[in-house]
Design a protein around this ligand. Sequence first.
Ligand code: AP5
Length: 215
Amino acid sequence: MNIILLGPPGAGKGTQAARLVEHHGMRQLSTGDMLRAAVKAQTPVGLEAKAIMERGELVSDEIVSKLIDAELTAMGPDVGAIFDGYPRTAAQAEQLDAILARHGRKLDHVIELEVDEDALVERIIGRFTCANCGAGYHDIYKLPKVAGVCDKCGSTEFKRRPDDNEETVRTRMAEYRAKTAPILPIYDARGIVTRIDGMAAIDTVTDRIEQVLAS
Ligand code: AP5
């Protein structure tokens, strides 16, 4: 199965993708994660992407589509893909169609997480992850069970994303409204979009996504 998780920054795409990976053995293809890894490794892609990401703007379509194509090639044909944060423009949506066709895959579902933007700013600014295993937490909604210790791996090191400040988040949201939301009609026309209330509790959102995958 191949699915796209769509929604503005902080809608919960990464949170839900991680659960699908755990429950179904699918692979999460997050262009944001791939770009952050490239920035950390200081690859040519990372050097080009760093300042763009810090401003909250979009990296070029060609770069992200090449990253996705390479990941699908490395995965092989039998593992389901969760596209998280990709496609983000009409050009990327077109490129994804071509990439999937080359890999003999088809899109099964597009899930849009519908959310209230002002609440998202709070969600994003409070977000942090385990520096060792990447487990996600939140200052208000999801603290580690033991303060300062990762539930999953026991690490005591945590980190926050450099683009998780209010100014950059507002730019990321404006980019979503201007360039990403307009691609939904492409998938609506194919009858594969399901809209889910992303303001519901994390478990409730997961249950709704599971219903869609089972349908
Ligand atoms: P990317 O990494 O994709 O970031 P994003 O789309 O801005 O999304 P986030 O990761 O911020 O949010 P999310 O929806 O995954 O929410 P999460 O689950 O973490 O992109 C970063 C940058 O890279 C872009 O700005 C761009 O520069 C570049 N880029 C990436 N892809 C690109 C592309 N295709 N083309 C061009 N450029 C690209 O949840 C957020 C918080 O809320 C967490 O703390 C979580 O615990 C909490 N939470 C989640 N769900 C709920 C809930 N239901 N209730 C309460 N709390 C919740």
